[in-house]
Design a protein around this ligand. Structure first.
Ligand code: GDG
Length: 473
């Protein structure tokens, strides 16, 4: 990953503007004590970085430090426009309404969503600030692409200020069914916020259908298939654009001699097991970590998986550590892993290698390359890029992907070993099946999966969305 000391630039304007909660960079400290910026990991940035570069775009977002105002700057070839947030806003808009209300509600309410009026007030205020910044940066007639659940009011607020713009919105997480969405005290405001866009994109057709149905039933607007007629006479399109990855760059990175060597080293350090199982997730309660670890632990305890032959490596990237539910999850996982390793491991050979850390991209590629079986078992997930990254990093048709039916990716990756992660017995059986199937069966499935991922990469995702947006007038 390249680093760059941020260069200050005067207030930029651009004909292509991305608006997202976070800027595409993280602050880093150099050895001499000075600071700079580095392109950040994570689904959204991974997805949009190549599109930004191709379009000389400007990226508007929070830079990650509360109570600090920064001027626009450029880094790594991107124009970056920071939006400031106070500590109270981080608590109420980000940790509160975004991650304590919308995130659990949109993910099937797998954890209890909390509704607080002061969180909502902060959400409105911060959305207004993002919209005002976008209105300054966008050139006349520019394309503005708003990202994700933290900014669902921005399309409408921006349109009020700048009716000349072409506004797209993409939701990276699932859009819930009517029965769940209705719980939200501010349900109509969110629907109206989204309808400020010309095109509202979802990961799956089901999300787009949920949205259109809600708009019809709650706002009494006229709809026809994927079109909504708004009160001010515009037509808004609601469609699915399953997000993907830069498959070629992952493949090439994994093919490099350094990563190949590192992958061998990882297996060696693990004691050269017959089978290496891998999980890579943000430490989030939607990712199904409890169920997955429990399933593996039971297989070991029952003697159906031999820890002398099989190791399970779980990377859990730290995430949202100030939100209570995430702290609780971390403790639960620590305990679960500790118990399994305590009961079934021997010196130098724990059945589970658990890494609560964040790694550079080449280390991720080495892990993907080293693994035989990838387990991706979210209880609900908009898409899940990790599943696609594992496939892209394969150098041949070996290996297997165990994938939750409730990840958006399952709609495309039909030849994965699909599972219902709530069904622990089913999960155990599927894991064993993936481990014991012949190389021929693996190859048949993997060929299909690789074709799917390489044909539907991030460029295709972005151009499908942007072409549809350009076609709107
Ligand atoms: C949201 C939606 C949707 C993770 N740990 C490290 C690291 N990562 C990278 C992975 C992958 C990304 O983060 C995670 O993306 P996911 O798609 O798996 O999940 P979310 O973060 O929940 O993303 C999701 C996505 O948005 C895009 O629309 O697919 O459904 O929930 O790229 O590789 N990268 C590095 N070090 C780590 O330790 N370098």
């Amino acid at each position: 990953m390249s680093t760059d000391r941020g260069k200050k630039s005067s207030s930029p304007t651009s004909s292509f503007v991305v608006v997202a909660n976070r800027l595409a960079v993280d602050r880093i400290e150099h050895a001499d004590g000075s600071t700079g910026w580095r392109t950040s990991p994570g689904g959204l940035v991974t997805a949009l970085e190549p599109v930004m570069r191709a379009n000389d775009g400007a990226w508007i977002g929070w830079h990650g430090a509360p109570d600090e105002k920064l001027r626009p700057f450029s880094s790594d070839g991107m124009q970056l426009v920071p939006v400031h947030l106070t500590s109270d806003e981080v608590r109420d808009y980000y940790e509160g309404l975004s991650n304590g209300t919308l995130w659990p509600l949109y993910h099937d309410a797998v954890e209890h969503p909390h509704f607080h009026r002061e969180w909502w007030d902060a959400y409105v205020e911060v959305n207004e600030r993002f919209a005002a910044r976008a209105a300054e940066v966008a050139e006349p007639g520019a394309v503005v692409w708003v990202q994700d659940y933290q900014l669902q009011l921005v399309p409408q607020l921006l349109r009020q200020r700048r009716p000349d713009l072409r506004i797209g919105f993409f939701l990276h997480i699932p859009f819930p069914p009517l029965e769940l969405f209705q719980q939200l005290p501010w349900r109509n405001q969110i629907l109206e916020g989204l309808l400020g866009a010309d095109l509202v994109g979802f990961q799956l057709p089901g999300g787009a259908q949920n949205f259109v149905r809600l708009v019809r039933q709650r706002l009494h607007l006229q709809t026809h298939r994927d079109r909504v007629r708004t009160a001010d006479g515009r037509t808004v399109l609601a469609r699915a654009y399953p997000i993907s990855i830069d498959a070629d760059s992952f493949h090439d990175l994994a093919a490099s001699p350094a990563v190949e060597q590192r992958a061998k080293q990882i297996r060696h350090d693990l004691g050269d097991p017959t089978t290496m199982i891998l999980g890579v997730d943000r430490l989030d309660y939607t990712k199904g970590l409890r169920q997955r670890i429990r399933a593996f632990g039971e297989l070991v305890n029952e003697g159906r998986v031999d820890p002398e032959e099989t190791v399970y490596v779980q990377v859990a990237t730290p995430s949202r550590e100030r939100v209570d539910q995430y702290r609780q999850l971390r403790d639960d996982i620590d305990m679960l892993v500790g118990r399994i390793n305590g009961e079934s491991g021997r010196i130098g050979r724990p059945p589970i290698t658990y890494l609560h850390a964040s790694y550079p991209r080449d280390e991720m590629a080495a892990l993907y390359r080293a693994a035989d079986i990838m387990v991706v078992t979210p209880l609900r997930d908009g898409m899940n890029l990790v599943a696609k990254e594992f496939i892209a990093c394969r150098q041949d048709d070996s290996g297997a992907l165990v994938l939750s039916e409730f990840a958006g990716a399952a709609k495309e990756l039909r030849q994965a070993y699909l599972v219902n992660p709530y069904d622990i017995n089913g999960l155990k059986e599927r894991l064993l099946e993936a481990m014991t199937d012949s190389p021929r069966v693996h190859a048949r499935r993997m060929r299909f999966l690789r074709k799917q991922v390489f044909e539907n990469d991030i460029d295709r995702w972005a151009s499908l969305f942007l072409d549809d947006l350009a076609g709107r007038s």
